[in-house]
Design a protein around this ligand. Structure first.
Ligand code: MG
Ligand code: FE
Length: 169
């Protein structure tokens, strides 16, 4: 049997590992994108946001008395998600990278919804508030991507068809 407080702490550690993975993934994406400046700028903004999220989650873990030294070992949990990035080196890598980002944001949204419910269940108002703020950022990023997937796709297709500006990234 594990008490709710311990589950909350575990899930915060998972969220921290997830944000570390997001930092790796967003950095790689931002570095590779050349011909889609709006997308690159948005990813760079969200990368900065993601670094703040990781340190906010770390503060929650420490406040609950958790040991942050084991955080690194848990990063492996989310490595599978980062493998969506193996699409980076294919011909349509801008499309695969955008899809991987959109998918990742939704995994984050799910994780923060669980965390908010768990924090509320144990009466941890501070963690609930932090996670609600982060959730809003993930939803904003997911919403931006939803709106811009058609834009990026149309641009990719027309560039591919005309052979002008490099389409793949
Ligand atoms: Mg995040
Ligand atoms: Fe995110």
């Amino acid at each position: 049997m594990t008490n709710p407080q311990d589950h909350l702490l575990d899930w915060l550690r998972d969220a921290h590992a997830m944000e570390q993975q997001a930092i790796t993934m967003l950095s790689a994406l931002a570095r590779r994108i050349e011909n889609y400046p709006e997308l690159r700028a948005k990813i760079e903004d969200h990368l900065a946001e993601t670094k703040r999220q990781a340190s906010q989650i770390e503060s929650c873990i420490e406040r609950l008395g958790g040991n942050t030294s084991v955080i690194k070992d848990l990063a492996a949990t989310f490595i599978a998600m980062g493998q969506g990035l193996s699409g980076l080196f294919v011909e349509d890598e801008i499309i695969k990278g955008t899809m991987a980002s959109y998918t990742f944001e939704h995994m984050e949204i799910a994780a923060y919804r669980v965390l908010i419910a768990a924090a509320d269940a144990v009466g941890d108002l501070e963690t609930s508030t932090v996670c609600a703020r982060i959730l809003a950022e993930e939803e904003a990023m997911a919403g931006w991507l939803a709106e811009n997937i058609p834009v990026v796709t149309a641009k990719y297709l027309s560039r591919e068809a005309t052979g002008g500006v490099e389409a793949k990234r």
